[in-house]
Design a protein around this ligand. Structure first.
Ligand SMILES: [Zn+2]
Length: 246
């Protein structure tokens, strides 16, 4: 037991634990808003999420791209997309394998498919070289956390869109290989990403457009470089049919 001399002074204890009272009249304060005033918006938000808020959700779900793509990126960040590994964990992977369909070398986790797969890395490297970004996120959590904070501030609105487009197009390509036996090269996917970004830019409201103008003009110029390479590579041969497939 500590000696009495080590106990805090009684007045210090009181000052730290008891609310300071004043002669002012008591007032009501709404704890869900920062200014203490009631608003329907804060109450509605509280009813929606029960006060359990995810600090990343507003960042990932708010963007000028289609909502389904925001939602996909949010699910990917939370490792809730139906990768072969997640399907196997739920015991409903009909492919009987968790090997990545893009490289056939690693297990198809969300991090592998969208970040670490050689196919994905080729795409990331292209845009990284274009914008001078040399370090890649270690995981999807890192992508929306520490790695995002390393991007130069003026480029964050553009990279937020680019990341969404990269993830979405890799996912579409993965699905096309599994369900349609269609295979596009990584250069073709880069081309799709660039066109998608340009279409989002064209549809964006003016204030957001101003922040995207410089990087978007840069990727528009990259189309001149990509088009001849697409013509050279064209479409890769389709995946061979497995026994039993018609
Ligand atoms: Zn892979």
């Amino acid at each position: 037991m500590a000696p009495l001399s080590n106990l805090p002074d009684w007045n210090t204890l009181i000052n730290n634990t008891v609310a300071h009272l004043s002669n002012e009249n008591d007032g009501k304060s709404w704890i869900l808003s920062t200014n203490g005033r009631f608003s329907v918006k804060t109450f509605y938000n509280f009813l929606n999420d029960g006060g359990l808020r995810c600090h990343k959700t507003p960042v990932i779900l708010k963007s000028v791209c289609p909502k389904k793509i925001n939602l996909f990126n949010w699910l990917a960040w939370d490792n809730k997309i139906l990768t072969l590994e997640n399907l196997a964990m739920r015991r409903c992977n009909l492919l009987q394998s968790t090997a990545c369909v893009l490289c056939h070398a690693g297990v198809e986790t969300a991090d592998h498919l969208l970040l670490h797969c050689p196919f994905a890395l080729h795409i990331w490297t292209f845009f990284g070289q274009l914008f001078g970004v040399r370090h890649w996120p270690r995981s999807l959590v890192d992508l929306w956390g520490d790695w995002r904070r390393m991007i130069p501030k003026p480029l964050i609105p553009f990279w937020d869109l680019l990341v969404r487009a990269i993830n979405w197009n890799i996912w579409l390509e993965r699905n096309a290989r599994i369900f349609n036996s269609n295979c596009l090269s990584s250069v073709s996917i880069i081309m799709k990403i660039v066109r998608m970004l340009i279409s989002w830019f064209d549809a964006a409201p003016e204030p957001k457009k101003a922040k995207l103008e410089v990087p978007v003009s840069k990727i528009k110029r990259s189309l001149e470089f990509l088009s001849p390479r697409i013509a050279e590579q064209s479409v890769l041969p389709p995946r061979p049919h497995s026994p039993g497939e018609t």
